[in-house]
Design a protein around this ligand. Structure first.
Ligand code: ARG
Length: 585
């Protein structure tokens, strides 16, 4: 099914060409949904912007366009308002027929894109042996949703975990492992080195206070880089244990992602340096090899270089990202690479992208985008910490969300005098708890800092996961009670709109395709949350004002179809946020 906006845009294009000639082919009609239903459904604002180039007043231009505009299959006759707005009101039979098609289609009337792209989403990407912190949680949740939307649109998506599994910090980790936990290095041992975060802290503590240890650590880095067996074995032990911890979090959050850590690019780094050098981009600066980039200066106003190879020969985080760009565009055939990484790394990506562009490593038509997000704050507006000032462990955070969801649920069950099994309680609590954490994050504009609050995210009212889950259960309950077979409807079953609240719901339902297009392009999942939240509200208004199950036929079937379509839309929308729904809660 073709989206309304696509159909209207095509008609406008024809009208503009017919009115003003082929030079204006492809002019953006500047169509927007109206803010007030009084003005219809869409408003085209192009007449105002054509006034200058066409040297005519906008109202005259608008009427010339309208004269040639054939939207009669979709709209009532267009109206010109104010300085030259063209207002369009969708015809009722058109709305009804669109809804009907949407209801009958598992993709809700949204076809996959005609030209699928190879899209890489680089997200989550925690660091080995350091904790996976709330920043990585944001990246994981937002990145997963962005990947889901791209997948739904029909793109060929590669989800990559650019794990921090290489770097000088491994010197101290390996040395500490060899000395404190030698058993772990025995052939095929599977010693649990315990809490890796504590392990990291101990190693760091020794590194900072013990000069001999520091020297041994430096030697370990060299050994690791040279492929020494023992160092490599130690490195592997550390990676394996970290990986197991990360995987627990991914399983719990329902995340699939493919690991391709920094170490993967090691063999490709020398060539990055060589190529930059051949191209004359590399400069020696205090012993290091750097590339100077435009528009970046340090505090003193001096040009800022991107360090490619340090004076000791070691490579940098940035070097790896350059190698990754080459690999992803050449080997993976990526056409769009989305880096879901905190806003603190904006400079890093700007520099890396610029160097890659200078070096000619970004093929035409390939888009590299940093998708930044803000930091997570506690309710006091400070950095998110436990009461005792420690970094919050993700496992504890998820556990707490689930146990609070469970307490709420048990209270309700008791108040309502229900009997529920332990397995029901467990499933609902786990789903609500995890959904709440995800939804709270996704419903914020990702670029803002985000205040983490269990109370807010678990509230039954407002733009929260529990509210959305209830809305789904409720709508689903009504269509279930209606007991009609939505997959095999009799021919005479039709959606027929009468009441204002039905129209409002119908129009909103039909905006799903536009919202998804927008999210796929601009990568703001909060737009989808807002859409779904408004959908629930519009549904509630409809349900307050219109009887459904008690309505006479054919109204009853029509309204049940609206309920079913609303439930399907909520379910699909939430699934694209990585949120699972419940049939009962
Ligand atoms: N490991 C990095 C961090 O924790 C994030 C990596 C992001 N991805 C990338 N290609 N640089 O900050």
């Amino acid at each position: 099914m073709k989206s309304t906006l696509t159909q209207l845009t095509a008609q406008f294009d024809q009208a503009i060409v017919a009115a003003f000639g082929p030079e204006l082919t492809g002019t953006d009609p500047m169509l927007e949904p109206t803010t007030n239903p009084k003005f219809g459904d869409y408003q085209a604002n192009l007449a105002m912007s054509l006034a200058k180039p066409l040297k005519n007043n906008p109202r005259a231009i608008a009427s010339q366009i309208v004269e040639h505009l054939d939207v009669s299959a979709l709209c009532e006759p267009p109206e010109i308002a104010g300085p030259g707005f063209i207002n369009l009101r969708l015809r009722t039979d058109y709305l009804e027929q669109q809804l009907q098609q949407m209801q009958a289609d598992p993709r809700l009337g949204i076809p996959p894109v005609a030209q699928p792209q190879r899209v890489i989403v680089d997200f989550s990407s925690p660091n080995i042996a350091k904790e996976m912190h709330v920043g990585h949680l944001r990246s994981t949740i937002i990145g997963d949703s962005i990947a889901r939307v791209q997948e739904f649109m029909g793109h060929d998506v590669l989800r990559l975990n650019h794990v921090g599994d290489w770097g000088t910090q491994f010197g101290m980790l390996i040395t500490h492992l060899q000395e404190a936990c030698p058993d772990a290095l025995e052939a095929d041992s599977s010693v649990d080195i315990g809490d890796l975060v504590a392990f990291y802290k101990q190693a760091k503590q020794r590194f900072d206070t013990d000069d001999d240890f520091k020297t041994r650590s430096r030697e370990a880095v060299v050994a690791l880089q040279a492929g020494d067996d023992t160092a490599t074995k130690a490195w592997k032990v550390l990676c394996t244990q970290s990986r197991q911890e990360f995987q627990k979090i991914y399983d719990r959050l329902g995340i699939t992602i493919q690991e391709r850590g920094e170490s993967f690019y090691n063999p490709l780094l020398a060539d990055v340096v060589k190529d930059l050098d051949t191209q004359g981009l590399l400069v020696e600066d205090q012993g290091a090899k750097v590339v100077f980039v435009d528009g970046f200066t340090n505090k003193a106003g001096d040009p800022l270089p991107l360090i490619i190879q340090k004076s000791d020969g070691g490579y940098n985080y940035a070097t790896t990202d350059l190698a990754a760009i080459r690999y992803r565009t050449q080997q993976d055939g990526a056409q769009r690479v989305l880096y879901v990484v905190d806003a603190g790394q904006s400079n890093h990506f700007a520099l890396v992208f610029q160097v890659a562009a200078k070096a000619g490593w970004i093929p035409d038509g390939v888009e590299l985008t940093h998708v930044p997000f803000g930091v997570v704050q506690g309710e006091d507006g400070k950095k998110f910490k436990t009461r005792s000032g420690e970094t919050v462990r993700l496992k504890d955070l998820l556990d707490e969300a689930v146990s609070r969801a469970r307490a709420d649920l048990e209270r309700r069950i008791e108040a309502e005098g229900r009997q529920e099994s332990e397995s029901f309680i467990q499933t609902v609590a786990e789903t609500v708890g995890i959904d709440a954490v995800k939804y709270a994050d996704l419903s914020q504009n990702r670029t803002s800092n985000y205040i983490f609050s269990f109370d807010k995210m678990l509230a039954l009212q407002g733009n929260t996961a529990p509210y959305m889950l209830y809305a789904y259960v409720r709508v689903q309950g009504i269509s279930r009670k209606g007991n009609i077979d939505f997959d095999h409807l009799p021919d005479e079953a039709r959606i027929h709109l009468e009441e204002a609240s039905e129209f409002a719901l119908a129009r909103h339902l039909l905006q799903l395709d536009e919202v998804l297009d927008e999210v796929a392009q601009d990568l703001y999942p909060n737009r989808l949350c807002q859409y779904l939240f408004e959908l629930s509200q519009k549904f509630n208004q409809f349900y307050d004002r219109c009887s459904v199950l008690q309505a006479p036929e054919p109204q009853r079937t029509s309204r049940l179809l609206l309920c079913d379509l609303t439930a399907q839309t909520l379910k699909l929308g939430l699934s694209l946020l990585g949120i699972s729904v419940l049939e009962r809660m």
